[in-house]
Design a protein around this ligand. Structure first.
Ligand code: NAG
Length: 253
């Protein structure tokens, strides 16, 4: 084989390996408060199964690297080839990336694989987007973008996210600290953070958004999970809290 061809063959096999067993360091389990999703200038739509419960809903279970950079396969390939060839062939830029995504576009979510989970998914992982109204499309998107990089089978991926959510019920944990949905009350961000740390044993990262009047509200909670998707862990990465205010609302849903 000519050297150039050998290199291309080597590179493509290295990149192929990367999709078979994706290397990542932990998951983010991301849950959203439906009141904050809807209480924005943009608003929300209920899924065709009706208005979801006033409970946190799963947004996704996202594989993440502890350090932004390139996967090991891209590092190996760049040692053989030039940087630009790797960037071109793998789609990973020079600055690297912080999480893997779309690891297997041929692996579409099958309704049959998750049939026994569908009732729970409708309750705990509903869509509020106005784009489709069908939660299955939301699950399919999350599976394709993040789940295919999880090294888990379809059923495991969804079952583990549901089990984590049930084990650490954020709505109950916050209520236990007096943090209950209200259209008038605001809560110190530190009290939200402390309540979750006490209730789950682990610190979470918090994300806020703004209502139509510009008030900060608690929007999403990011909890770190081990690589198997089984249990919470200390976050390997401190994510800057995406809240610009110290006082946040938890709007009624
Ligand atoms: C969490 O608690 C709320 C309020 O009691 C309840 O409605 C909800 O079903 C619980 N969620 C899970 C996943 O157990």
């Amino acid at each position: 084989m000519k050297p150039a061809i050998a290199v291309v063959v080597l590179l493509s096999s290295l990149l192929a390996v990367s999709s078979a067993a994706e290397k990542f360091d932990f998951f983010y389990l991301v849950q959203q408060w439906p009141g904050s999703f809807c209480d924005t200038r943009q608003g929300c739509c209920f899924p065709d199964t009706g208005k979801p419960a006033a409970d946190f809903g799963i947004h996704g279970l996202w594989p993440n690297y502890a350090k932004c950079g390139r996967g090991r396969q891209e590092e190996l390939a760049s040692a053989v080839l030039g940087e630009d060839d790797v960037a071109f062939l793998s789609g990973v830029g020079r600055r690297g990336k912080c999480w893997p995504e779309y690891c297997d576009d041929g692996n579409a979510l099958s309704p049959w694989e998750i049939r026994d989970l569908v009732a729970s998914l409708h309750r705990d992982w509903p869509t509020l987007s106005c784009k489709s109204g069908r939660s299955f499309e939301f699950w399919s998107y999350e599976w394709k973008k993040h789940g295919t990089c999880s090294n888990l089978a379809q059923h495991e991926y969804f079952a583990r996210a549901l089990a984590l959510k049930a084990r650490h019920n954020l709505t109950v944990i916050l209520a236990g600290a007096g943090i209950v949905p209200s259209d008038t009350e605001t809560y110190p961000l530190s009290s939200v953070r402390d309540a979750i740390a006490r209730g789950t044993g682990f610190t979470a990262n918090l994300e806020c958004n703004r209502d139509a009047d510009g008030n900060a509200q608690l929007f999403q909670v990011y909890q770190c999970v081990d690589r198997e998707g089984n249990k919470l862990i200390d976050c390997p990465l401190s994510m800057p809290t995406k809240c610009s205010r110290d006082q946040v609302k938890l709007p009624v849903f």
